[in-house]
Design a protein around this ligand. Structure first.
Ligand code: FMN
Length: 163
């Protein structure tokens, strides 16, 4: 028997991503994103949905670039940390090791095994969130998670997502 469901009518599970950015003064920030999707294969475009009030929204809207960092399923503390505090109040990345993106002016979080540098190609408002569509301009992966062809072996990475 089918019953009508009235709340939380979303695709499940959500990928949980950590999106990092750098403002024009050089200040780094990152937040957790659950509303995200692959939206184009050629070119590769990732969509992230961010509420206007987030500090990250202000930065990405201005700078038009961001980095998607993918954590593993045993790194829930990263998801909670970057999804709880605002960069307006604390410098969230001060206790994490980062390196600069090669193309995008934002930090790569070294604790995350996979990182995508993205340039914003389109922005639009959709309901409660603004959508940022980012073309992947460079991808990074820790060498131990690559297969023989040099591609990411997702079985080894085990990306974190909602339960
Ligand atoms: C699991 C999880 C998923 C989240 N997904 C989103 C999201 O998709 N979009 C969004 O705007 N905020 C999302 N948030 C909330 C932000 O990560 C949170 O408000 C963060 O502190 C904002 O940081 P900022 O102000 O430094 O940008 C999520 C939080 C958690 C814990």
């Amino acid at each position: 028997m089918k019953c009508e469901v009235k709340n939380n009518r979303f695709i499940h599970p959500e990928p949980w991503l950590i999106v990092s950015s750098r403002d024009k003064s050089g200040r780094d920030n990152a937040l957790t994103i659950g509303l995200a999707a692959n939206v184009s294969l050629e070119p590769e475009i990732i969509m992230i949905a961010i509420k206007k009030e987030r500090f990250s929204h202000q930065i990405i809207e201005q700078q038009k670039e961001f980095i998607v960092n993918i954590a593993q399923n045993d790194q829930k503390e990263l998801i909670d940390y970057f999804g709880t505090y605002s960069g307006r109040v604390i410098e969230k990345l001060s206790c994490y090791n980062t390196i600069d993106g090669d193309i995008v002016n934002a930090p790569i979080i070294l604790d995350c095994p996979v990182n995508y540098e993205c340039k914003v190609v389109k922005t639009m408002t959709m309901g409660s969130h603004d959508l940022f569509f980012g073309e992947v301009v460079k991808a990074h992966c820790n060498s131990e998670y690559l297969n023989e062809e040099g591609n990411i072996d997702w079985k080894k990475v085990s990306p974190i997502h909602s339960q």
